[in-house]
Design a protein around this ligand. Structure first.
Ligand SMILES: NC(=O)c1ccc[n+]([C@@H]2O[C@H](COP(=O)([O-])OP(=O)(O)OC[C@H]3O[C@@H](n4cnc5c(N)ncnc54)[C@H](O)[C@@H]3O)[C@@H](O)[C@H]2O)c1
Length: 283
């Protein structure tokens, strides 16, 4: 049990909750009393995390949902979220990322970034907002954006563009949903140690990040989960429409991400790391 119980009696949905930041946030919310629905493309992983939370005494359910599919998102709400008496928190966190030079990004890879990160997040947040408005208790939606939404990072053209769209969606939804006492905010993590960044960090980028980030370490899922819990709770009761950087100060110096790849003054923007290039190809 957490020291505080900010989510006692409340119901939370976490997408992308089978892994990394989402799994950590689900655990954090459950530790403070929330009943948690964990949704993920990886349904077995979602149920595995839910089972771990149940073994710790929480009420949790894991369910498979591809958030790019409108029918699956509708089913998530009608068959699982809708079984609960209320919905107070939605952490719209599932995301997808591949790297590659802008000269080479395929339309397929570009579309996948927008399908998962923008359309999928929109579908989840829209359904959550409808449910919150219907229940009449207000609520808090927190999207997982990225520091890349406000900080251009070489080789991340599709990802940065998609996450920038989420910051605007956050602001516009907040504008419209205030009348329902539904707050909408986003967290923008810097580079955080999860499955998503494993290949990137294995290239030697870890040392670069640790050297350049003012707090001299990578983000941990718990750093992001703490910020999400703050935005999800009444501790942030008068905040809405905001995108909050949680990046160890990485955003203060804007060039650090680029320097890993660029041969200054030349047109050499090739993706040097084989693992990353292979992942981009497999997208
Ligand atoms: N790790 C980082 O450095 C970092 C930095 C900034 C933002 N983010 C964002 O944080 C969020 C969580 O990522 P993470 O780092 O924990 O990575 P992760 O790979 O551990 O988790 C991402 C989860 O999203 C799920 N997912 C992917 N596509 C989906 C879909 N179509 N429908 C439903 N679920 C889907 C995956 O199955 C996975 O469980 C993402 O939105 C990511 O873009 C991560």
């Amino acid at each position: 049990m957490g020291e505080q119980m900010r989510f006692e009696g409340k119901v939370a949905l976490v997408t992308g909750g089978a892994s990394g930041i989402g799994a950590e946030t689900a655990a954090k919310l459950a530790s403070e009393g929330a009943r948690v629905v964990i949704a993920d493309l990886d349904g077995e992983g979602a149920e595995r995390i839910a089972a771990e939370l149940r073994s710790g005494g929480a009420e949790a359910v894991g369910v498979a949902c591809d958030q790019t599919d409108e029918a699956q998102v509708a089913a998530l709400f009608s068959e699982t979220v809708g079984r609960f008496d209320r919905l107070d928190v939605c952490h719209a966190n599932a995301g997808w990322c591949r790297v590659g030079p802008v000269l080479d990004v395929s339309a397929r890879t570009w579309r996948r970034h927008f399908d998962v990160n923008v359309t999928g997040t929109f579908l989840v947040c829209q359904a959550a907002a409808r449910r919150m408005a219907q229940c009449g208790n207000g609520g808090s939606i927190v999207m997982t954006s990225s520091s890349g939404a406000v900080q251009p990072a070489a080789f991340f053209s599709a990802y940065c563009s998609a996450k920038a769209a989420l910051n605007m969606l956050t602001a516009v939804m907040a504008y419209e949903l205030g009348v329902h006492r539904v707050r909408v905010n986003a967290v923008m993590p810097g580079v955080t140690e999860t499955a998503m960044t494993a290949d990137l960090l294995a290239t030697g980028a870890r040392e670069l990040f640790e050297r350049e980030v003012p707090l001299a370490r990578l983000g941990r899922p718990a750093d992001i989960a703490d910020a999400v819990a703050f935005l999800a709770s009444d501790d942030s009761a008068y905040m809405t429409g905001q995108s909050l950087l949680v990046d160890g100060g990485g955003g203060i110096g804007a060039s650090w991400f680029v320097t890993d790849f660029r041969a200054r003054g030349s047109a050499d923007w090739r993706l040097r790391h084989e693992a990353l290039a292979a992942a981009a190809e497999a997208a």
